[in-house]
Design a protein around this ligand. Structure first.
Ligand code: 5RP
Length: 238
């Protein structure tokens, strides 16, 4: 099974198992989350689902919902009132404790806000995303306000990270996020402590958010992970 088919399979499986009519639904970003958006669109079009109120995590997802006719709102809309029943999103890496790195598509800020506003949170990935330790292979994105680029870089280097400003493709200069910020991609030489680092990185002035998703203190926001395997199986890890 090729990777695109695995992504479609795992996305459809999560939607079919979790999404119900009438839900306030967060919709993720990336090449595994978008097939989930398309599955929701198809089920709405066929009448198998109705009354979905969707909150997209990025411009990419907003545009996809617009194309599919999925009704979209913001977390601030009266209909949503700051909380969601369920969010389905992708991830770049997932560790054995269901902690993730997200933000490969640069949408980590709204993705995290929406995750925290969700009663139920599910991540859809193909098996290549499963790792023992986060942050050694796939860089952790750190969204920073442009003016803080160098001071934040120095502070991240002090934490032992190798730091690279994310460059845009088909646009000169850096990536500008959906919220007008830069992204610093950071990698570690030795396995970092993701839970401690998530909090520590966010304490640096100028950092808007980082791509470690380890769950807020005092409340376990560990997602249900749906893992698509090349043999056609979908494994669920809670
Ligand atoms: C975007 C994300 C994506 O969910 C993550 O990068 C995974 O993307 P893909 O499914 O395309 O590998 O966090 O900011």
């Amino acid at each position: 099974m090729d990777q695109t088919t695995i992504k479609e399979m795992v996305a459809a499986s999560a939607v079919d198992k979790l999404v119900r009519s009438g839900m306030k639904l967060g919709l993720g970003t990336g090449s595994t989350a978008i097939p989930a958006v398309r599955r929701v669109g198809a089920l709405l079009a066929s009448g198998e689902l109705c009354d979905i109120l969707a909150v997209p995590t990025s411009f990419q997802t907003t545009i996809e919902c617009e194309k599919l006719g999925i009704p979209i709102f913001s977390l601030n809309s009266r209909e949503i009132d700051g909380s969601l029943d369920l969010t389905i999103d992708g991830a770049d890496e997932v560790d054995p404790d269901n902690r993730c790195i997200k933000g490969g598509g640069g949408a980590l800020l709204l993705e995290k806000i929406i995750a925290y506003a969700s009663a139920q949170y599910a991540i859809v990935v193909d098996e290549s995303k499963i790792v023992k330790n986060l942050g050694l292979k796939f860089p952790v994105p750190v969204e920073v306000i442009p003016e803080a680029r160098i001071p934040v870089t120095l502070a991240l280097e002090k934490l032992g990270a190798e730091v690279k400003l994310r460059e845009a493709v088909r646009k000169a200069g850096p990536v500008i996020t959906d919220h007008g910020n830069f992204i610093l991609d950071i990698l570690f030489g030795t396995a970092p402590d993701p839970s401690a680092l998530e909090a520590e990185i966010n304490r640096i002035p100028g950092v808007v958010e980082n791509g470690f998703f380890t769950g807020p203190a005092g409340r376990v926001l560990r997602p249900a992970i749906f893992i698509g395997h090349g043999n056609g199986n979908v494994e669920r890890r809670d």
